[in-house]
Design a protein. Structure first.
Lengths: 262, 859
């Protein structure tokens, strides 16, 4: 296996920094006046390159919104977000689309795959859209890593939930994005299939040097990360390095209790 | 009650998705109601017009038509002697009587010899200014005509041709050509049916139109007060004896109304037929809409079933929605129909017929028919989807959306479709090989209907193959976007099939008619080339006869080798088998006709038919009446005596020109028909001296410059005119088919729009992973193009098959050449691709605007 340093990368601007993505004073608000709801309240965050970051928080804490904004899926009300040294806040749809296509990978909780395309076609879709030829050697390696060699010609409906998510992981990895965003990627899976997918994500960070950001509410999933960010009421309230499931759970219980008493 | 409530809620919650279905219902209903209102209004208008223009009792010659229209074969109106007027006045109950002279066998030109006749085909009438017409016309400028130098013109004609008082006008009748200056302009106080009317004083009218004074075409009788028209008719008839035709105002109006009514009925049923096709196409749209709504609502329906709704209730709730849609669309359609009728009336106004909206007639049956039709069709169309909704299992609530396809039903579908198509194909084959036109057309009709249904049924199964071929040919070059478009078109074959089938119907008819039309032109051209040995054909396109002066002008043209006159009349035949055949057409021509047109014979030579007391019959006639060469037929000429003619030639029935004609010579006919009763020429053929075609053509044209009602054509022009004529007819039919095609296009828009809604998450996902808006829009456009081309391919194929069959069948009637109009067919195919692009405009735009986050939003 190659080390993180020697992995050839696509995209980016050469002078690489240790921070893959950063948010400064990001505010996301819906509505106005009395009905104004603030989902993100002056959030500052740095996503370290080559690390696996988990974002946790109770429902409505703004964790999904933060991820959507970081990934260029949603616009911010104010503040700046940089991907590497590209400022994505204020980019037009066309540029944003290109950015997502070329520099970001996605794994969603459900409905990750196009039902009309087979597994392989789904994996290469972002590159097909971009009109790029996938790197054959890399593709084979990714497919092999997620263990899908036998099922490349299958349609999503012919795959189990775990297999479908593995295809989604393979898709996210295949294009060699600078950063992969996962939105509860294991939320719909049983614990065994979930562990399998999380294992792949972990390995892609360790062995391939991939940067991953994952939103989850599952302490076990969070324990695969290098770092956990806690969000509450649109603010980052805490963080934890080298988390374990138990530690995460304890911290969550803490928040929960505080949330109830306050 | 709850069923109704949920239906109402669903209906209004999805009103956007129902919108296009409602428009389809609206359009079809509007076309039906518009047709009914328009024809009813025309009837009302004509009723009023005829009631207003007829005098209480009219006396005319026995040979005059019941409608009072004054035309006859010899170009002069049938007349009664002036003495009749005196006799009529003696009858009791007569308040007043007036003799009038009218003719419609005339042409009126302006000083530049430009024809003033209406181009719409409405008649040109020249007659004496009289008290009866003064009831419906008001002199608005100048004065009534007096003496042989004055003419009065109706205001509409004056407007159209910018005529003013003092302008010179020429009147060309069978008697001669005359000129006069406009002395007055009269305006209609009733609806002007579009005719051009010119008035002279009585004496001038007699001289110009009939060629003698002391005659009238009509005697208009007004009843004394207290005398009914019927009583007056009886009195007048008693006074005159049986020598003349005596009609009450009502009888004349009825006869007129019958004439017009027949025409209006033909128009009405033709238009209703096209509305029917639009309805048929609309059914596909409605089926698709409800199928998609039911599919999208599968989980909801499953939940309803799980908490205790019965199948019937679910079924009914869908039908109730259809009912709402039907009522909604039909009510709007009835309203739009009235608007459409008003629009048509305005359009008629542009062709010279000023219909008043005061006469707008909406019979109570019209909205009822519109509503019932709209609602019944909608509910019937929704029946299948409703049944499918009823079959949704309660388990569907728990499953993910997207039910697996029913393999068995598609197997049955294939079988039924193939059987129907096969049966239809057999029908077409029988039609193509039939040797009886009548029987053959029955088979053709059956074949057309069966193959159409067969194609509709089997269509979804063809989607796979056809779309893949189209995809390979067109979409692959667009890379992954093309591939996804292809997959999307393939993912629900039933939906793609039904959407394409809707387009298929209209295009099949277009293809069929274009094949028949161009085969018609090709066959006629082919035969012209093979048989016509003359250079020029002179005729009036409206069927007016050629006056002797014009014939004289032709004959005096330098550079002509020969001129052939061609007359047509009806006679009562008695054939050797003892059959009496009333009003049988017979054609009289100069013997040179046999050289001008080389009519193929199966026995004898056509030239022999022009020997004294000889004639020819056509093959079928000979067969039917066991006639052979030498048989004698007794021919009782109209207005003449009876001749015994010997059959000396039997012509082939396998011709396009003059099909079924029976020929004799003008000399023979003249022996039995008095000179002044001889019909005028229908056509005149002229042949140039060898090598002088060009100069002769020019000379002929200038010789006939004073007779703008006649067209001189050489063979090239004649072929072009034939082509134009067929083209015009086809264009009219295409115009009417446009309605069905518009509904089909709405169907494509509908399918795409609903598909986009259905695929919201998918679209969001693709956008998230980097599909640009432009690529997304292109993908939807390409799916649309593929659906449209699928429909076009099936439709054009089917239509060409129908057209070729029709040609084979009509070959019996001389349509011997099959010509596939490839430019038209290719044009329609390419046009369909553009239709696809156009249909995708809005759905693609809306898909592009969809929120990317929808993909990630978990329910």
């Amino acid at each position: 296996m190659t080390s993180a340093v020697t992995i050839p990368r696509h995209g980016g601007t050469g002078g690489r920094t240790a921070v893959a993505a950063r948010a400064r004073q990001v505010v996301k608000a819906y509505g106005s006046g009395e009905t104004r709801v603030v989902a993100l309240d002056h959030v500052d965050v740095d996503i370290a390159r080559g690390q696996f970051t988990a974002i946790m928080g109770p429902s409505g804490s703004g964790k999904s919104t933060l991820m959507h904004c970081l990934a260029g899926l949603d616009t911010v009300t104010s503040g700046q977000i940089h991907l590497d040294d590209t400022e994505i806040t204020g980019l037009k749809d066309k540029k944003l689309t290109q950015l997502r296509r070329d520099r970001i990978g996605f794994i969603f909780q459900a409905f990750n795959l196009l039902p009309t395309l087979n597994a392989l076609e789904n994996i290469t879709l972002p590159m097909d859209i971009a009109g790029r030829k996938p790197d054959k050697g890399w593709l084979d390696r990714v497919v092999e890593t997620v263990g899908l060699s036998e099922r490349l010609k299958h349609r999503p409906t012919q795959l189990s939930g775990g297999q479908q998510q593995r295809v989604a992981v393979a898709r996210a990895l295949a294009a060699r994005p600078e950063i992969i965003f996962g939105d509860e990627p294991t939320g719909n899976l049983d614990s065994r299939a979930g562990a399998e997918v999380l294992g792949f994500l972990r390995r892609s960070v360790d062995e391939l040097g991939q940067t991953i950001v994952m939103v989850t509410h599952d302490p076990v999933a969070a324990s695969y990360a290098d770092r956990v960010l806690y969000l509450a009421d649109g603010r980052i309230v805490d963080e934890m390095y080298k988390p374990t499931a138990d530690a995460v759970l304890d911290r969550m219980k803490d928040f929960d209790a505080r949330g109830r008493t306050s | 009650m709850t069923v109704m409530k949920t239906s109402m809620r669903n209906f209004f919650a999805h009103k956007g998705r129902m919108a296009l279905s409602a428009v389809a219902v609206l359009l079809s209903v509007a076309f039906v109601c518009g047709t009914l209102v328009f024809t009813d209004t025309m009837n009302t208008t004509f009723d009023k017009l005829f009631a207003a223009t007829s005098s209480d009792v009219t006396v005319s010659a026995k040979g005059a038509s019941d409608t009072g229209e004054t035309t006859s074969d010899n170009g002069k109106p049938p007349v009664v002697p002036a003495a009749v007027l005196g006799e009529v006045r003696k009858a009791s109950g007569v308040k007043s009587a007036e003799g009038t002279v009218f003719s419609t066998s005339v042409t009126v030109v302006d000083a530049d010899k430009d024809n003033l006749s209406p181009s719409s085909g409405a008649p040109t009438v020249v007659g004496s200014w009289n008290g009866n017409d003064a009831r419906t016309m008001k002199i608005t400028s100048g004065a009534a005509p007096k003496g042989s130098q004055q003419v009065m013109v109706d205001a509409d004609t004056a407007d159209k041709h910018h005529l003013k008082l003092g302008d010179e006008i020429g009147v060309i009748s069978a008697v001669g050509t005359y000129t006069a200056k406009i002395s007055g302009i009269a305006t209609f106080t009733v609806t002007n049916p579009g005719a051009a009317i010119f008035y002279l004083d009585t004496k001038t009218a007699q001289q110009w139109l009939v060629g003698e004074t002391g005659v009238y075409t009509n005697v208009n009788v007004t009843a004394a007060s207290g005398v009914t028209d019927a009583q007056l008719k009886k009195n007048v008839a008693a006074e005159l004896g049986g020598a003349y035709k005596v009609q009450t105002a009502k009888e004349t109006a009825d006869a007129n109304q019958k004439d017009v009514g027949e025409f209006l009925n033909v128009m009405k049923y033709a238009m209703l037929g096209f509305a029917g096709i639009a309805f048929l196409v609309g059914i596909f749209l409605i089926i698709n809409t409800f199928s998609m709504l039911v599919a999208q609502r599968t989980r909801e329906i499953g939940l309803m079933r799980a908490i205790g709704s019965s199948r019937k209730q679910v079924n009914r709730s869908v039908l109730a929605e259809a009912l709402l849609l039907g009522v909604f669309g039909s009510v709007l359609g009835v309203g739009a129909g009235v608007g459409l009728a008003v629009g048509l009336m305005k359009l008629m106004g542009m062709t010279g017929m000023n219909l008043s909206t005061d006469d707008l007639t909406v019979a109570w049956t019209t909205p009822v028919i519109g509503l019932v039709l709209g609602v019944v069709v909608t509910v019937l169309a929704a029946y299948l989807p409703a049944r499918r909704a009823g079959k949704v299992s309660p388990m569907a609530a728990l499953r993910d959306a997207g039910a697996p396809a029913d393999a068995r039903s598609s197997w049955i579908r294939a079988l039924i479709g193939i059987l129907l198509t096969g049966a239809g194909g057999c029908g077409l084959y029988v039609a193509a090989t039939a040797d009886q036109a009548k029987e053959g057309s029955l088979w053709l009709g059956l074949g057309v209907v069966l193959t159409l249904i067969g194609f509709v049924v089997v269509g979804p199964l063809l989607v796979g193959g056809v779309v893949r071929v189209l995809g390979a040919a067109l979409l692959r070059m667009f890379g992954p976007v093309g591939r996804m478009a292809e997959r999307n078109a393939l993912r629900n074959p039933r939906r793609t099939g039904a959407t394409g089938a809707a387009l298929m119907i209209g295009l099949a008819l277009v293809a069929c008619l274009s094949v028949v039309g161009s085969s018609m032109v090709a066959s006629a051209t082919d035969q012209l080339d093979k048989t016509v040995g003359t250079d020029f054909i002179i005729q009036n396109d409206g069927g007016q006869l050629v006056t002797p002066q014009a014939v004289k002008a032709v004959k005096e043209t330098p550079g002509l080798e020969r001129v052939t006159e061609y007359k047509w009349t009806e006679a009562d035949f008695t054939t050797p088998d003892g059959k009496k055949l009333k009003d049988t057409a017979i054609t009289a021509a100069d013997p040179t006709y046999a050289t001008d047109v080389r009519v193929e014979t199966v026995a004898g030579k056509l030239a022999d038919a022009y020997r004294p007391d000889s004639m020819s019959v056509h093959e079928d006639f000979a067969k039917d009446h066991r006639i052979h060469l030498g048989s004698k037929i007794s021919v009782a000429f109209k207005d003449g005596s009876t001749a015994g003619l010997t059959v000396r030639a039997i012509t082939s029935s396998d011709v396009v020109i003059d099909q079924g004609a029976m020929y004799t010579s003008i000399a023979t006919m003249a022996k039995y028909v008095k000179a002044d009763k001889m019909p005028l020429d229908q056509l005149v053929f002229a042949t140039a001296q060898e090598g002088r075609q060009d100069t002769a053509y020019k000379a002929l044209k200038s010789a006939l410059h004073d007779y703008p009602q006649y067209q001189v054509r050489d063979q090239t022009d004649y072929k072009q005119a034939l082509k134009d004529q067929v083209g015009q007819l086809l264009n009219m039919i295409y115009g009417l088919l446009a309605l069905a095609i518009i509904v089909a296009i709405l169907g494509v828009v509908n399918t795409l729009a609903l598909s986009v809604v259905e695929r919201t998450r998918e679209i969001g996902l693709m956008r998230a992973i980097g599909l640009s808006r432009r690529q997304l829009r292109r993908m939807i456009r390409m799916e649309s193009v593929v659906i449209a081309l699928f429909g076009a391919l099936l439709g054009l194929g089917l239509g060409m098959g129908w057209g070729a069959t029709a040609q084979k069948l009509l070959a019996l009637q001389g349509l011997t050449v099959l010509e596939i109009p490839w430019p038209t067919i290719t044009g329609v195919f390419i046009g369909s691709a553009f239709v696809g692009l156009f249909a995708a405009l809005v759905p693609a735009f809306r898909a592009g605007r969809m929120n990317v986050l929808n993909a990630i939003a978990t329910e």
